[in-house]
Design a protein around this ligand. Structure first.
Ligand SMILES: [Zn+2]
Ligand SMILES: [Zn+2]
Length: 289
């Protein structure tokens, strides 16, 4: 009797999901369905941005920053995985400042969701721009198939926002680079550290909008690493950018005013132009504040 109960328990444990320790709250509870390493409770508390209210910066609430300026700017759009709530701030703090690297894979997976949303939106946009007859006419089914095949949107390159050397020494890693690596592996999109930070801009949150903009103007430059630059040139050659603009995504952990990302975008646009290419710049950030 004792033996068979034990056996039953063993068989059961083969089928029951083991309760893993959650990487966010540290408790042993029911695992999440979509985020490995996280418990169902923590997953349910994530403030995903599924439908951005601002189509430009991906914000989940009405956005005065984007409506204030009517100029198009260097960025097509930003999309973020989550709203920067206090819970998300706590998670980012643990990852970024306390070096809790186990969180990197979760943040990377979350960023991957934002990529899906961006990809889907771009594909819908491309579809809506197709001539009506090629979408609905039965007679030209072949051309529809052909154009549908072209309706897959994929970024050509991922570029992390660089941190200054002093930050790198302080933290030991660049959080944007880690996120870029994960997304790159997951989606099979090449990545390059195309940018460097030319000076340390200090804490942006203590500055006025005007100060911030002036500060950012010269904060980034193209990498001087000949290996990086030649990889970029190889990529341009392989893509034949005469067909369409180069689609580049800048990656960072958080989008606050967007001044950092816009400055990065301008630098990449200039670099691409110097190599005879037009670049379309997007950004993906883990959180939108
Ligand atoms: Zn949890
Ligand atoms: Zn906006």
């Amino acid at each position: 009797m004792k033996f068979s109960l034990l056996r039953l328990a063993n068989i059961r444990s083969l089928f029951a999901p083991s309760l893993q320790q959650c990487l966010i709250c540290g408790k042993h509870s029911q695992p999440a369905t979509e985020l490995p390493g996280v418990c169902a409770g923590c997953e349910a508390a994530i403030p995903w941005i599924r439908c951005p209210r601002c189509s430009k910066c991906g914000r989940h609430v009405g956005c005065s920053d984007c409506t204030r300026s009517s100029e198009p700017g260097p960025l097509v759009c930003n999309r973020s995985a989550v709203a920067y709530t206090s819970v998300m701030r706590e998670i980012l703090g643990r990852y970024k400042y306390r070096g809790d690297e186990k969180l990197a894979s979760i943040l990377g997976l979350m960023l991957d969701r934002a990529y899906s949303i961006l990809k889907e939106e771009r594909e819908q946009l491309m579809h809506s721009r197709l001539p009506v007859q090629s979408r609905f006419s039965n007679n030209i089914i072949f051309s529809v198939r052909k154009s549908e095949r072209n309706l897959l949107w994929q970024a050509d390159l991922l570029v992390p926002v660089p941190v200054s050397d002093s930050r790198l020494v302080e933290r030991g890693f660049n959080q944007a680079e880690r996120l870029t690596e994960i997304l790159s592996r997951h989606r099979g999109i090449p990545q390059l550290p195309l940018l460097i930070r030319t000076h340390h801009t200090g804490k942006q949150s203590f500055k006025t909008r005007a100060e911030r903009l002036a500060d950012m103007k010269h904060a980034f430059a193209a990498s001087r690493d000949s290996k990086v630059l030649s990889s970029f040139e190889d990529l341009l050659e392989s893509l034949n950018p005469q067909d369409r603009p180069l689609q580049i995504i800048i990656i960072d952990d958080i989008y606050t005013t967007g001044s950092t990302i816009r400055a990065c975008a301008e630098t990449i646009i200039r670099l691409s132009a110097s190599l005879g290419c037009t670049a379309e710049i997007y950004s993906l950030t883990w959180a939108r504040s």
